[in-house]
Design a protein around this ligand. Structure first.
Ligand code: FAD
Length: 406
């Protein structure tokens, strides 16, 4: 028996538990997997950390997680960023780079001017003759939002287009959350998935490790993982309009001293030719001895279905095309993230489908007089959906609602 049951120990769950505990509310946090952090997970790679999921503190000047980081541990990646842009296998010339800049501005103006809840891809149709638009669309929709542009609400893109500085954390963002935030949230019952939730009266949650009775519940699972819980009665809100997008990262570790002539934090991308699959690439983040390839949206889902070897082959082939045989000589071990198949996530983060731009607010609306609240990155409507900052703010919002209800 507890006052508040928090389902999930990702950033939103840890945030809710921290806020409630600080008010003296009895909280039980259950987590399906064998670790805390959810989509914030760092693996040590030599002296550095590799973030499988979240790595940047976006929109730094209003990011609540900044308060937990040592200033000296923050890396201003925007300042360090150099960009290498390729066209047909060679470096883009000055005129092409100017065309690319102009296409980005055209994309912004066109998408921002649309007030209808229609797919981003449709809004871009009138400007598709521009040779850079496919690349900008792949970057903004598939890579940043992990979404399918043919399905992605332009209004959702507009609300969540991130602005402000982006900071990375030396040692990894997942490690920071585990070290600085998790202890404030208190004990977490690991390996305890909630299988069913009866919310007709007092909350009754069934888990393989027993039944939990609570006065209120905060559900922080991804929109796909919510579907794995049997609700009694069924929830009156749907996750259909908020599918999980996918962003797959491939970490490639240097096997010698070769650096492909790329500086730390230098990014590489190429103008998309018709029928080509997009890839973006970040060299030696924070000076680490690995690089990261990013694959997003439908392309990432298709490769995830083909399997890890196919994903790795795609990346290695791209790099061979960009850097020749030196790419193979540079990299040894690789790690392919698998958010697609992870049963407790089943994707990277949610996007709103065209026609469903209002569904983030609907999903997060309090139920049962404030005794049941769904909160996480997917319910953020502060422009920070899909980020750890949005998840943190949502955890606090949910905590305030259930506390008032109790
Ligand atoms: C590849 C990738 C890159 C990203 N990059 C960034 C970035 O650079 N910056 C940024 O801000 N954000 C980034 N994000 C997004 C960020 O990681 C998420 O928005 C945030 O971590 C989500 O937190 P959450 O608490 O809402 O959900 P989660 O982290 O998913 O937490 C929910 C928890 O619930 C658990 N759970 C699920 N079902 C059950 C159940 N039935 N019972 C009990 N527990 C359950 C899960 O195991 C999980 O631990 C990235 C994500 C990915 C995948």
């Amino acid at each position: 028996m507890t006052d508040v049951l928090v389902i999930g120990a990702g950033v939103a769950g840890l945030s809710a538990a921290t806020a409630l505990r600080a008010q003296g509310v009895a909280v039980t946090v259950v987590e399906a997997s064998n670790r805390i952090g959810g989509r914030a997970l760092t693996t040590p790679v030599g002296a550095f950390g590799f973030d499988h999921g979240a790595s940047w503190l976006h929109d730094a000047d209003r990011n609540p997680l900044l308060a937990f980081a040592e200033p000296a541990s923050l890396i201003d990646t925007d300042k360090l960023r150099r960009r290498r842009v390729l066209v047909a296998g060679r470096l883009a010339d000055a005129a092409e780079l100017a065309e690319r800049e102009a296409a980005m501005a055209l994309f912004d103006a066109t998408a921002s001017a649309c007030a209808e809840d229609i797919p981003l891809a449709r809004v871009l149709d009138p400007i598709r003759a521009n040779p850079w638009i496919a690349s900008v669309e792949a970057w903004e929709a598939a890579q940043i939002a992990a979404a399918d542009p043919a399905d992605f609400s332009v209004l959702d893109w507009k609300l969540n287009a991130l602005e402000g500085r982006n900071l990375a954390v030396r040692g990894g963002l997942g490690a920071l959350i585990a070290r600085e935030i998790a202890p404030r949230a208190g004990a977490v019952e690991l390996n305890t998935p909630v299988l069913s939730l009866d919310w007709r009266g007092p909350i009754i949650a069934e888990t393989p490790r027993g039944t939990i009775h609570a006065r209120a519940v905060i559900i922080t699972c991804s929109t796909a993982a919510i579907g794995g819980i049997r609700f009694m009665p069924e929830l009156p809100v749907s996750t259909e309009g908020l599918p999980m997008g996918l962003l797959t990262k491939v970490m490639l570790r240097a096997k010698g001293g070769g650096r492909l002539g790329l500086a730390a934090e230098e990014s590489v991308s190429a103008r998309l030719d018709p029928g080509e699959r997009y890839l973006s690439f970040l060299a030696w983040p924070g000076g680490a001895d690995y690089c990261v390839a990013f694959i997003g949206g439908p392309n990432a889902w298709a490769l995830a279905r083909e399997g890890e070897a196919a994903t790795l082959n795609f990346v290695r082939n791209k790099l061979r095309g960009w850097f020749g045989a030196e790419a193979d000589a540079t990299f040894g071990d690789a790690l392919v993230t698998d958010w697609a198949r992870n049963p407790w996530h089943r994707g990277a983060y949610a996007y709103a489908r065209a026609g469903f731009a209002g569904d983030r607010a609907k999903l997060g609306a309090p139920l049962a007089d404030g005794r049941l609240v769904i909160a996480g990155e997917a319910t953020a409507i502060d422009g920070l959906a899909g980020t750890v900052a949005g998840a943190w703010n949502e955890g606090r919002r949910a905590a305030a609602i259930v506390q008032a209800a109790l």
